[in-house]
Design a protein around this ligand. Structure first.
Ligand SMILES: NC(=O)c1ccc[n+]([C@@H]2O[C@H](COP(=O)([O-])OP(=O)(O)OC[C@H]3O[C@@H](n4cnc5c(N)ncnc54)[C@H](OP(=O)(O)O)[C@@H]3O)[C@@H](O)[C@H]2O)c1
Length: 302
C-alpha cells in the first residue's frame, strides 16, 4: 500500500479514527489499513440516521476524525434503490447529513466516501476528449435514484466546512474474489458494454484517504486515478495476467438498457486537484498493473 510508510509512529498514536461501515467493503478495508499503520480506530455502532447513537459513539471514543463508509448501494446492485426509495433516503440522505451535522457540532472532520456516479459524458465533456468533470461542476446525472440521492447530499454537504467528500467511482481492489470489485463484476457478466471511465483503485487510494485525514483536508475531491480505462482494456489485462482462455461478449448501451432498471453513469473525472496534493498517484492503467494484475498474476511470465 503506497502511503503506509507516511507519518511517524508518534503521529499514528495521536490519531483516533471513528469509522462507519464495519460490515461494508470500504469500511472493512479501512479498518485493516488502520491496523497495519498502528492507528487507533473503532467502528461506530450507531445507525447514521439516529443522531443520539452517533453522539454516543463520539463521546465514548473521543475520535480525532470520523470516516463514513456507510450507506446503501443496493444488492445485488443500485437497481434495488429504485424500489426502496425511502430506505435509500434514510441512509444516504438523512443519515449522511446527520453524521456531518453531529461532526460539525463536535468540531470533527468527516471523511465521507461519496460517489462520482453523478456525472455523465456530455457535449462539454465528450467521451475520449480527456476533458473531465471538475470538483466544482454541478452533477448532470440523476438517472438512477441512487445517484439522485448522492447528488442531492453532495450539494447540501458543500455548506459543511468540516466535510471531506471523496468521489469514488467503479471501485477496484486486488481481491479478485470479491463480488463487489468492478473487475470481478465484469468478468462474471454475460455481456459487457465497452466505455472508458474514471475508476478508483482502492489499494492505492484508501491509504490516501487516511493521509488526507492526517492533513485535515476538506472540500470535494475527485477520488479516482488519473485518466480513464475501458471495460475491454481491463478484460484484455485480465486475459493477459489471470486467464489466457478468458473470453467475453460486448453489447451496446441500448442492449444493456434492456437488462437493467436504472441507467448507469459513464464519465471521466478531472484529477488535477488530487494529483497536485498527491503527485505520486498513478494513472489508472499503471495502478491496475501495480496493485491488481501483477500481484495476482496466474499466467506464466513470457
Ligand atoms: N461499491 C461501489 O461500487 C461504490 C462506488 C462509489 C461509491 N461508493 C460509496 O462508498 C460507500 C461505501 O461503499 P461500500 O461498497 O463499502 O458499501 P457496502 O459494502 O454496501 O457497505 C455499506 C455499509 O454501510 C452500512 N450501513 C448501511 N446503512 C447504514 C445506516 N443507515 N447506518 C449505519 N450503517 C449503515 C452497512 O452496514 P449494515 O450491513 O449494518 O447495514 C455496511 O457496513 C457508500 O456510501 C457508497 O455509496 C461505493
Amino acid at each position: 500500500m503506497g502511503y503506509s510508510a507516511n507519518g511517524s509512529a508518534a503521529e499514528a498514536k495521536r490519531l483516533k479514527f471513528l469509522i462507519y461501515g464495519r460490515t461494508g467493503w470500504i469500511g472493512g478495508l479501512l479498518g485493516k489499513l488502520c491496523e497495519a499503520q498502528g492507528i487507533d480506530y473503532v467502528y461506530g455502532s450507531g445507525r447514521l440516521e439516529n443522531r443520539v447513537s452517533l453522539e454516543s459513539d463520539i463521546s465514548n471514543f473521543n475520535p480525532t476524525h470520523v470516516f463514513n463508509a456507510a450507506g446503501v448501494t443496493g444488492r445485488p446492485n443500485v437497481d434495488w434503490c429504485e424500489t426502496h426509495k425511502v430506505e435509500t433516503i434514510r441512509a444516504n440522505v438523512v443519515g449522511t447529513l446527520t453524521l456531518a451535522d453531529v461532526c460539525r457540532e463536535k468540531g470533527l472532520i468527516l471523511i465521507n466516501f461519496a460517489t462520482g456516479c453523478i456525472f455523465e459524458y456530455d457535449s462539454g465533456h465528450p467521451i475520449g476528449s480527456g476533458i473531465g468533470f471538475k470538483e466544482e461542476d454541478i452533477p448532470n446525472f440523476i438517472g438512477s435514484f441512487y445517484s439522485k440521492t448522492k447528488a442531492a447530499v453532495e450539494d447540501l454537504l458543500k455548506n459543511y466546512d468540516n466535510v471531506c467528500t471523496l468521489r469514488v467511482r467503479m471501485p477496484i481492489s486486488s481481491d479478485l474474489a470479491n463480488p463487489r470489485n468492478f473487475i470481478t463484476k465484469i468478468t462474471r457478466y454475460e455481456k459487457v458494454v465497452n466505455i472508458p471511465n474514471s475508476m478508483t483503485i482502492l489499494d492505492e487510494l484508501l491509504p490516501i484517504s487516511i493521509e488526507m485525514a492526517k492533513r485535515n483536508l476538506t472540500g470535494i475531491w475527485n477520488f479516482t486515478n488519473p485518466g480513464v480505462v475501458s471495460h475491454n482494456e481491463i478484460l484484455e489485462m485480465y486475459k493477459e495476467y489471470i486467464d489466457r482462455n478468458f473470453t467475453w461478449k460486448n453489447f451496446s448501451l441500448d442492449e444493456q438498457a434492456k437488462v437493467i432498471v436504472a441507467p448507469r453513469s459513464n464519465n471521466e473525472l478531472d484529477t488535477t486537484k488530487i494529483n497536485k496534493e498527491f503527485p505520486e498517484l498513478l494513472p489508472i492503467k499503471e495502478s491496475l498493473l501495480k496493485y491488481v494484475f501483477k500481484p495476482n498474476q496466474k499466467t506464466s511470465v513470457a
